[in-house]
Design a protein around this ligand. Sequence first.
Ligand SMILES: Nc1nc2c(c(=O)[nH]1)N[C@H]1C(S)=C(S)[C@@H](COP(=O)(O)O)O[C@H]1N2
Ligand SMILES: [Mo]
Length: 310
Amino acid sequence: MPHVRRSRPWQLPERLVTSEPLVLGRRSILAGLGALAASGLVPRPSEAAVPRNPKWTADDRKLTREDLATTYNNFYEFGSHKQIAKAAEALVTKPWRIRIEGLVEKPFELDVDELLTKVELEERIYRHRCVEAWSMVVPWTGFPLARLVELARPLGSAAFLEMQTFLDPKTAPGQRAFWYPWPYTEGLTIAEATHELAFLVTGVYGKPLPKSMGAPIRLAVPWKYGFKSIKSIVRFRFTEERPKTFWEEVADHEYGFWANVNPDVPHPRWSQKMEQPLGEAEKIPTKIFNGYAEWVAHLYPDLRDPVYFR
Ligand SMILES: Nc1nc2c(c(=O)[nH]1)N[C@H]1C(S)=C(S)[C@@H](COP(=O)(O)O)O[C@H]1N2
Ligand SMILES: [Mo]
């Protein structure tokens, strides 16, 4: 049962903790805890099961089938099509160093496993709306990006947070396509990055995040088009100036910095009115801010300005 042995106990949601495969896996989990204890990295008891945060639910929508969500992906590092899951297996995610730099008290580097000892994991069900008009609903495991910002101790002058994906063209054939501005870069204002909805994801469906979905750590900002939710992050940099994002550099009139979901602002080449949930027969109407308006609309000074919606 390979995935159970790889699972970190604190990544497992409550609903799975008593299920049979995990009971079988418990012995190896406990053995793993022993090794962690020896290294001084014991998760606190509250982390032994990941609680689901009841604030974030699917509402009227069904969870997307796991086999679809994990095999229909956008991850241009491994190809500019959806079937990248096999190729992404080449990515080495252990160890995984993360660098925190720019306008912070003191830049530092740490391994993602060490980062996970400093945070409380929770499970949240989020909607995800790709700018290409497909969508999914998935149970992410992770922690608020605000917690990472807190650990980073940014200076008062920091106004934006830039995030970057790994750069390794040997492993990621897509990065040999010289016409793209690698590495993949994304950014948020500090107000967005510290908003309670901005979530750093380390697992999905109660398991460690698969490589196809951006292991070992990716972003989920569900009120924005999917391309803002950068995968396999290695760098967080605090800046005074707005970062130039990957897709802005490719085509800024189509994929801008703000990229908040809005059915009334069409993409220059297609309508954004409807979306196709993965695995479902019928399209459904897209909602402003992907249904999260009550929490995020105040972040933007003028909701009539289309600049915030592409
Ligand atoms: N590094 C990186 N992050 C990325 C992408 C990418 O190509 N590279 N694609 C984005 C897009 S367009 C979407 S819709 C989501 C897709 O996430 P999923 O494959 O887990 O559904 O990842 C986003 N993050
Ligand atoms: Mo996307």
